[in-house]
Design a protein around this ligand. Sequence first.
Ligand code: NAD
Length: 514
Amino acid sequence: MNFTETKRAVLHALGIEEECSGVYAGEWRAAPDGPVIETRSPINDKRLAQVQSARSEEYEWVLSRSRAALAEWSMLPAPERAGAVTCVANELERRKRELGLLISLETGKPRAEGQGEVQEMIDLGRYAAGLGRGRQGGVFPSERRLHRMFEQWQPLGAVAVITSFNFPAAVWSWNAFIAAVMGDTVIWKPSSRTPLTAVACIKIVAEVMESRGLPPVFSLLCGSGSGIGDRMANDRRLPLVSFTGSVRSGRGVAAAVARRLGRSLLELGGNNAAVVTERADLALALKGVAFGALATAGQRCTSTRRLIVQEGIYQRFLASLTDLYKTISIGNPLEDKTLVGPLIDAEALKAYFAGIREARSQGGRVVYGAGKFEPPGLEEGFYAVPTLVEAEPSMPVVSEETFAPILYVMRYQTLDEACAIHNAVPQGLSSSIFTTDLREAEYFLSHRGSDCGLVNVNTSTAGAEIGGAFGGEKDTGGGRESGSDAWRAYARRQTVTINYGNEMPLAQGIRFGA
Ligand code: NAD
């Protein structure tokens, strides 16, 4: 099938028209004269669809419906809410192929990565459903006689989830499924670069919820960041704004939410490094670094952007990596052999070239790459040749996150020096060390080692599993999503004290009155 046939087949299978509404709260609502987002495929810059986005009226409509739904949803027993989320996960599994393909069409990620993203949603759905019965609260000994003290977790309310383009479905599910099991309702503002995937996700989820007679727990508000997104950040009716995106946008959102004393959950940019020591299994390290730097064309928050290699193996490792880069198949992400697809749009390609120019002007040496790639028949797409640049840690460009496949390669002598280079950037998301030496690995895991939220030994900075808490420190924003106890972010903690006696003993032995 060619591009147009694939697009038509996928949209048909998902029940999406080429002109569709991007506003849902129990029913789809379109403002015929409202703003429209045209979504184009980075594969060849052809139009995919037009999504009608929200005006002020639709914003208010979605908010009031989502808040109204809360009354019913939050009072259902958590296992019942979890049951609905399980059905959502099952339906996603049934529709995995077409939804994954749509993700590839809209973001340009290779097929396997598009399918993998849907699998992540399915896994997360089932994980979240488990929390419906499995989450724990504390019971504490009371110092007062005939008293009982424990904590319980209440839903927060209608919560906002603002997402980035690069994981246009999975990031929403990390938040939405767990928040829903906690009893919240969820209003999603997706990236304006990937609204169609959001429409498809909500269609799938809405069918399940509507068929079970459930209220609109999962709503959608397509629109711009500066319009709808900013409004959400400033809206006191949204107790939590979960924001995934760049450090620049996240700073503004965090400040707006803090001004109204709301809660924000920030998952911002990364600038991740892999340290390869002289004691590494070099074949393994090569695979881990290549996946980290090249997957999703370097457009993951966890992409490996800096490679810190020990002096004694530096030349050898760089030569092997360069050879590997020469064999990587770049091109149409719908073809199985493709490992690197296009960047998201023309702006991203511009940023790639600007990053390389900056690196050169600061003394960096391009070892490989630095060019536009033009697969036959797809000359309009935004393909960048993955690039290796020899750099110095002191170059300012090394501290920036350029969302493209550029890997800065640096050398070090001692592990202390490697850790200092590693931690010298403002971001703190993911990190890796490749070594077979237990002492080196443990040092990297110690307080003097990596300062990131995610730390890996002998595996890539990219490709986290859902079971652990995901997120990073410093400019990455400090948020945690997905596994472990990340569910706490979507709930309100209450400490409960019950007096089941006839007396009124006071804490700290205080006597009040007679
Ligand atoms: P972006 O900051 O341009 O946009 C992200 C979202 O924020 C979009 O929905 C956008 O419309 C919205 N937005 C923009 N300005 C806003 C404002 N003023 N108020 C409210 N919302 C606003 O980011 P992007 O280019 O879509 O995504 C790439 C970035 O996201 C990278 O920096 C990447 O590292 C980061 N990211 C982080 C994680 C993580 O978990 N840490 C995951 C994925 C992506």
